[in-house]
Design a protein around this ligand. Structure first.
Ligand code: ADP
Ligand code: MG
Length: 256
């Protein structure tokens, strides 16, 4: 089933300095349970797309549908994960992961139990009374993900969630977060400027042009490895072929 559909989206930012076209006829859709990645050069309009889906910005023209209904009529729960984890130092890890539920007045026994299960399953239970600064960058991102998943979002938006981490940590955290999202069977849309990260995590890669963003190509990723995880994906024989294909597409000047 189609969970999300963007149809001919146009958007420009209007500032005193003038008009900045950011999105130009962007269309794509996302199936239920699918993990898609959006890659594009810095400043091309990737975060703008996520902000539209999260209802933070209205499109100038075009339509967004959730489960076939206009976005404005949908009450679908959307989770948003950013580069900064936004954990509060004055709260323990436990009260940080409960924050979203607290704000939305959803601190029910069932929701608490689900959070407890996730803390246990994903190795954070021993750190429940720790402060964010006592955790590694990877553990903090895991806590941020649990806080997002606590609200049981049907769609997860991830905006370059690993770009603040150093390369080694980044590989491990992407592997970790990718596996948790798969295990929780979430539909996810990851924005990244890292081609390898996109291939390693996604079922499909949506390639954008430089600003104003247009969809250059959508590449389905199929890797011949058993039990695909982000880390193992990098070992797949097809990985390099996908990398080269996407690299070429990103760097072509056709139509710019
Ligand atoms: P990306 O996430 O791909 O780096 P963004 O979607 O954040 O790009 O931004 C796309 C373009 O729109 C950039 O050139 C950026 O400077 C511009 N932009 C983003 N937000 C605003 C805003 N609130 N006002 C004016 N221009 C903006
Ligand atoms: Mg961005």
């Amino acid at each position: 089933m189609e969970l999300l559909k963007l149809e001919h989206i146009f958007l420009s930012y209007h500032t005193p300095g003038g008009e900045t076209p950011a999105l130009q006829d962007v269309s794509f859709s996302l199936e239920q349970g699918e993990f898609a990645a959006i890659v594009g050069p810095s400043g091309c309009g990737k975060s703008t797309i996520l902000n539209l889906i999260d209802r933070l910005l209205p499109p100038e023209s075009g339509n967004i549908f959730i489960e076939g209904k206009p976005l404005a009529d949908s009450h679908l729960n959307i989770g948003y994960m950013l580069q900064k984890d936004h954990l509060f130092e004055w709260r323990t890890i436990y009260s940080n992961v409960l924050l979203g539920l607290e704000i939305q007045h959803k601190l029910t026994p069932e929701n608490r139990a689900r959070v407890e299960d996730m803390l246990e399953a994903y190795g954070l239970a021993p750190f429940r009374n720790a402060r964010p600064s006592e955790l590694s960058g990877g553990m903090r991102q895991r806590a941020a993900l649990i806080r997002t998943l606590a609200l049981d979002p049907a769609l997860l938006l991830l905006d370059e969630p690993f770009s603040a981490l150093d390369y080694q940590t980044r590989l491990h955290v992407a592997d970790d977060i990718g596996q948790i999202i798969r295990r929780e069977r979430k539909t996810a849309l990851l924005v990244t400027h890292d081609i390898s990260e996109a291939i390693s995590m996604a079922d499909r890669v949506i390639i954008l042009s430089p600003r104003p963003a247009r969809v250059r190509r959508i590449v389905p990723v199929s890797l011949s490895i058993p039990e695909r995880t982000p880390m193992r994906s990098r070992e797949a024989p097809e990985f390099k072929t996908y990398f080269n294909l996407i690299w070429k597409e990103l760097n072509s000047h056709e139509g710019d």
